[in-house]
Design a protein around this ligand. Sequence first.
Ligand code: GLC
Length: 724
Amino acid sequence: MSKYEDKIKKLLAKMTVEEKVGQLQQCGPSLVGAFEVSFEELLDMMFDGRISKEEFDRLMGTAKQDFHEDDLRAGRVGSYNGIGSAAQVNKLQKIAVEETRLGIPLIFGYDVIHGFKTITPIPLAESCAWEPSLWERTGRIAAKEASAAGIHMTFAPMVDVSKDARWGRVSEGAGEDVLLNGLYGAAKVRGFQGDNLSKEDSIVACIKHFAAYGAVEAGRDYNCVDMSMQRLYEEYLPSYKMCIDAGARAVMPAFNDINGIPCSVNKWLLMDLLRKQWGFNGMTVSDANAIAECVNHGIALDGREAAKKALEAGLDIDMTSNTYIKYVEELVKNEEIDEEILDRAVADVLRIKFELGLFDNPYQTNEAHESTAMLKPEYRALAREAAVKSMVLLKNEKDSNGKKILPLEKGVNLGIFGEVAGNGDEMTGAWAIGADSGSCVSILDACKERDIFYQTGTKDNVDEIVKSSDVLLAVIGEKKDESGEASSRAKITISHEQISLLKKLLKTGKPVVAILFNGRPLAIPFVAENVPAILEAWHLGVEAGNAILDILFGDEIPTGKLTMTFPNATGQCPMYYAHINTGRPGGKSKFTSKYIDAPVEPLYPFGYGLSYTEYEYSDIAVKKNGDLYEASINVKNIGERDGEEIVQCYVRNMAAGRVRPVKELKAFEKVALQAGEKKEVTFNIKAEDLGYYNWNMEYVKEAKEYVFYIGGNSKDCLEVSIKD
Ligand code: GLC
């Protein structure tokens, strides 16, 4: 199993049942002293407006933290989460190593989702770069910074395939496609874990949320998932599997149930599939409070039963619900749980502690220099590169002189509208909990840095501002807390104020550029129809402002392509490119699969994105060579600027034993092409990768005919068919 099994066995033999359970207990610091209410209540008070965000921050800033040191000394804590400071980590680690009976070191986990201090673009944005090596490099710097703060494990990557833009957490993953999620996740695993977990700058990747959290009904957070096993295996599970194959050492079961069994107590998921079929021998960590919540799910009568079910299902660590620490010792002593089951879970945790090298080197050795390890110039440079590559140019019309609006001429005067333009903290996006306030370069900061003449305006002084502006920038979209966890939306639009601002700006006759900040696709037909230039900037992190100006002024060329479909209307959700055709695909006739009050088409399709140059595709061909399909195409840069095009290859099985999606992404390549240059791009696709699960859940490859589609987005492709 691993070279540590003997050591694990010996250690287990020395442990009391209570100490064993202690290894499964993960706690976070609790807040005490400054106020009477619980942290959860305080959060609620902020969300429902009883206290302001400023008041909340003030209370948090003054609150004392309780690190449960007495429990720790008694061997009743195995890991912590949410502590990101080497000094604090070392202090608690010293207690574990020197003051507990067996001296077993602690693991410190943290949500390092898109950077620790050097915040890089939110995952949904970064996925639009379609560049695994970039994803790995940003993962690596996140690990370097996090480990310098004493962190050993990140609760990332999230590889939940997400086809429903209402779900707030789409911002945390790589969008709607399973292959992209898998490649994104595997790259992050390599980046976080490095080549050897025992190195001080490696951290454990805890992939989440296992499984299919992205498919929650109606896009509502924490909701249920009910789907066929075929879809689960084809469209949702492969992204997690690709991360396990890349070596991910931890897995977090999702909050949701799958077909009626919550993932936290789902033995089929955690034992049969994950461990037996996929060969995983790392550790599983529950989501926050998730074991106790099995009572709400209605799968356990009380916390005691929930703890029993979760442990028996293969859930090793209890994150903050305190059910294991309360009940498992007694359950084992009463012989209601077999001690071997407890031992198996503890062995998983100890194995990771050995692999991390914590028994030999429990401390962060560079504590005094922690701050110099953060936000290094080269990290910022990488964050800027990632931000440039994450943006997607959605529209770029010509102005009245017949010239494309973007890129802007150097020296133009800007009128900048939208409160977010000057607020760097808003540009970090959801789950940037380690970020230092003020570390992020806003659009206005970047303008100042470059001596660009700009004025900021609001909808009330448009006429005044336009007088001395050549181009108007409308910075609109979502604030950072409008996406992420617990931020599902039933209307994925922009506000009336933003629309009325746009109307005023458009009336002036000056060129208007919309810069979109958002953590999900938005249904914005008004913007798409009326605003002549639209740049999707997502939430780009610490270098947001610089990267946006790089693109606006043409120092860099846009290359990003959407990894989630943009619908026209919220009611189209879930909307995704890899849908099935149905017996009556949406068309002109009324009696086809469509809406009477919204188009059947998306606003922007999956894979879409413009640039400052254009590409022409020709000569698509496919041939079969043994077990490989070789699909090729010529791509030519027909514009005047050098660029990079993300060439995408989709496949459809035209008639199978089970209906198949109209397109499935099977390969892609980012191709550098100088102005005027033409290249042949070839994709080698294994026949095995074109299979599917039949009614009896057997993986089969049967097909009569495949159609290969290759192009610059999922809609505009050339196609060629091949009989099987
Ligand atoms: C949450 C999330 C999970 C996160 C965990 C720890 O509620 O669902 O993604 O890793 O708590 O903070």
